[in-house]
Design a protein around this ligand. Structure first.
Ligand SMILES: [Zn+2]
Length: 357
């Protein structure tokens, strides 16, 4: 009897996870246990974001190794410790990267991503193990429920869509505006689709001619750019200083330069790229010469993104390049790192455990 009890206590359940060590590898880790204010979430699927790829490729430093990345996930809450959080169990959720203090001006304005306390829980951001795994634990305060009308694929877009919505809400002037988007990756295309749906006349500058067809059907103009080895860019056709609103989504110095030269006097440049140290040496004289504005966008309201997805006014699914089982996660990251690849999604392919409650 005793030996059975002992064996049971010592047997920590293990789980499959994609671990970033010196390189990315598939590993077996102990299933995480939630702390008193946390929830244990069984992951359904998790998108590989640009931030993940920057850390995997070594473009951005990772503070903890080994670590499990992945924050653009959707899953179901499996258990909580605090009975006051019991209502979350069984709910399908996504998570904010910041829980918010709930007291500061930003939090009271429902802009938790700007919380003055500044704390991030760091889950999946290279600080605390994230959702490229069967399970993840995170503060219950960061959870946002996903309604049934939104499927798992769509739910992995809540994060980037929140950023895109925030950017589009900052576009100045009456609709329609002529708006330029620089960059045709996931974020560039997402803001383009939103701007178009909002009634603006959008032009996209991008490096992938294949996007032309994707956008053509919606009547959105695509202009191809070519970048030489030394970072100089050639544009098919281009009206300098003619856009009141330019959104820089490429994350590249060349993209920033191009975007800056497109802003008309007293116009604004919205910067959505996240890469630290990028743009370090860029020329900001256009801000003074043309009395222009530079506005950063880092995150956005996830509730608004969920509402938007629920209305089905925008089909985000064409942005999915491929889905891969978690057990083939290493290959999936290689695919995602390939230039021009849109959204790559990891799906938890481990069998559902029997429910203990
Ligand atoms: Zn706050």
């Amino acid at each position: 009897m005793r030996s059975i009890t002992l064996e049971k206590t010592n047997r920590t359940p293990m789980m499959q996870a994609l671990v970033l060590d010196d390189s990315i590898r598939l590993g077996q880790l102990p299933r995480p246990e939630p702390g008193s204010t946390e929830a244990l979430v069984r992951v359904h699927s998790c998108a590989i974001s640009r931030a993940d790829l920057d850390m995997i490729a070594g473009r951005v430093a990772v503070q903890v190794r080994p670590v499990v990345l992945g924050h653009q996930f959707v899953g179901t809450v499996e258990s909580v410790v605090d009975p006051a959080l019991e209502r979350w169990v069984g709910r399908r959720v996504v998570a904010r990267t910041r829980s918010g203090c709930g007291r500061c001006l930003a939090c009271r304005n429902r802009q938790t991503w700007l919380c003055e306390a500044g704390r991030t829980h760091g889950v999946g951001m290279g600080l605390v193990d994230g959702a490229f795994a069967e399970y993840v634990t995170l503060p219950a305060a960061a959870l946002v429920e996903v309604p049934d009308l939104i499927d798992d694929d769509e739910a992995t877009f809540v994060h980037p869509l929140a950023v895109a919505l925030q950017a589009v809400s900052q576009v100045e002037g009456p609709t329609p505006q002529r708006v330029l988007v620089v960059g045709d990756g996931n974020m560039g295309l997402l803001v383009t689709m939103l701007l178009h749906a909002a009634g603006h006349a959008v032009t996209v500058f991008g490096r992938h001619p294949s996007r032309r067809d994707l956008l053509w059907h919606s009547g959105i103009g695509f202009t191809g750019i070519n970048e030489s080895e030394d970072g100089r860019i050639e544009v098919e056709s281009f009206d300098r200083q003619s856009y009141g609103n330019v959104l820089e989504c490429s994350g590249r110095d060349s993209g920033f330069k191009l975007a800056a030269s497109a802003v008309r006097p007293r116009g604004q440049l919205l910067l959505l790229s996240h890469q630290p140290n990028a743009h370090a040496g860029v020329d900001l004289s256009f801000l003074v010469e043309h009395e222009a504005m530079l506005v950063g966008v880092s995150a956005g309201p996830m509730e608004a993104a969920i509402e938007y997805l629920q209305r089905k006014t925008l089909d985000v699914l064409p942005l999915i390049a491929s889905r891969h089982p978690l057990s083939e996660g290493v290959g999936a990251t290689q695919t995602a790192l390939r230039r021009g690849t849109l959204k790559v999604i990891l799906e938890n392919d481990s069998p559902m455990p029997p429910r203990s409650r």
